[in-house]
Design a protein around this ligand. Structure first.
Ligand code: AMP
Ligand code: ZN
Length: 114
């Protein structure tokens, strides 16, 4: 757990969130400002500031993160189209510096994403 990290505090249940998935490695919860009908954040319990901090030893954990997002998408019948996004760094819009994968679905998405 990293001091003063919002998502570490959500993992520790010190701050409430609508959790939709938990296991020993990962947790997932509803985004507080949803940008689509489904907007879930999937996070490792291990604190990484961003994808840039992930190391080769974290390969399985990062892979699992993606597979859990796909499973959550199937459970919500999002296969017609959904988007998974890592914002890495402030220039890309990252505002919480604990690695999280956005899972967005339930509406059309455009490209480029802006
Ligand atoms: P990013 O801008 O990629 O770092 O994404 C951070 C996301 O966290 C944003 O979509 C926020 O709406 C979301 N967020 C911030 N605080 C909370 C919170 N307390 N509970 C749930 N989601 C949050
Ligand atoms: Zn953290």
């Amino acid at each position: 757990m990293s001091e003063n990290c919002l998502f570490c505090k959500i993992a520790a249940k010190q701050i409430p969130a609508k959790l939709v998935f938990e296991d020993p490695d990962l947790f997932a919860f509803e985004d507080i400002h949803p940008q689509a009908p489904t907007h879930i954040l999937v996070c490792p319990r291990k604190h990484f500031a961003s994808l840039d901090a992930a190391q080769p030893a974290d390969q399985a954990l990062i892979g699992k993160l993606l597979l859990v997002a796909a499973q959550l998408a199937r459970e919500r019948h999002l296969q017609p189209g959904y988007r998974t996004v890592f914002n890495t760094g402030a220039l890309a819009g990252q505002s919480v510096f604990h690695l999280h994968l956005h899972l967005l679905g339930g509406r059309p998405f455009h490209w480029p994403p802006g």
